[in-house]
Design a protein around this ligand. Sequence first.
Ligand code: NIG
Ligand code: FE
Length: 433
Amino acid sequence: MVHADTVRRPGKVFADMVITNIGQLLTMNPGKGPKRGAEARDLGIIENAFLAASQGKVAACGPQAAFSETVELVAGATVIDAGGKVVAPGFIDCHTHVVFAGWRGEEYGMRSRGASYLEIAAKGGGIMSTVRATRAASREELIERTLGFLDEMLSLGTTSCEGKSGYGLNLETEIKQLEVIRECSRLHPVDIVPTFMGAHAFPPEFKHDRKGYIDEVIRMLEPVSRLKLARFADVFCDVGNFTVEESRLILEEARKHGFELKLHADELENTGATELACELGAVSCDHLIKVSQRGIEMLAESDTITVLLPATSCFLGEFPGAPGRRLIDSGAAVAIATDFNPGTCTAMSMPLVMTLACSVLGFSPEEAFVAATWNAGWAAGLGGIAGGFAQGLAMDAVIFDTQDYLDVPYRFGTNLVHTVIKAGKPVRSKNNK
Ligand code: NIG
Ligand code: FE
């Protein structure tokens, strides 16, 4: 096992929260940026370890034998004895569409009987069906639903996520979605990093006026930015949605308004969207089921994080999905996420996504862990803040009910999450839901 550097300081470190007797502590060996190649397989495991925090941030970690000489507990400190279990950073789900109303089970039935995603969308289903439901829903209804989804995520070990608008497609509802994100992030232990995705589809009002809707999306950027409702802007660049040139126009305007960029790229067909994301220096480029060789090479050479969503490709019946192994071997910095939404992925489980990354996309379990934590943090705008354990990083941790980290992807379908700690506070545990 690799042993991560123990955090050592002269004198003792004060801690108000500690986990002791950890069988395997997965530190992720956090460095200065997202990991690639051999580094992206290094979990920085410390066996028989402790993890100590102060004011919501990691204060120290190291071998249990060094605990008493390293840590001074403050009065009233929380101490959890992990009893030999595995402890890892909380998952960061770096691509979700978590705010929406309604479900689309009937479309799943249609797809299972042979209809395609694009055929259903062309008949007014798909994204547009969720747009109608989300426009009709009150802010309070959306808040209640989203808090419920965040509860489920937390129970599965997710401590932060990214969340997109894009089921409004008009200023009023896009803002409603983004305000729901802000409110839920405030109310719930799971933080949500907000993304404006007015360019998710063309609404019926603009069915015959593409240029009109693109101008409308560009007009929405100003209020969304002024109200500080989103950090990222994202576009669904694909057949049936926004072309590469339309996406470029929207993203260049978004950048002028201070947004960082993301792109839904090469999901349904190859359109050259990945190349666009790299050219624009997007923070992440997501999906990539149909990415070209040139796209893979450009990702490998760029700082853009490759976000793969294997639950979406499996749910759509697209096998094997994105060329995960080739992307990793080419040197791209790869993250994984759920893509939670009512159309193409109803799962919120990052352990499930890890299993699919390993079984279908060719990741090793170690690569899947790094992609779901440290690298996902860089895709979600939490790079160097969360997703690993080293002094100063967020004390967002999961205790798994197992002695071996391999069980997390291996025991798929079983939720092994025992306790979740967010910002140094136990927020979920098996005995105390
Ligand atoms: O990531 N690709 C675009 N958006 C979603 C699907 C949204 C929907 O079908 O409601 C996705 O797959
Ligand atoms: Fe998506």
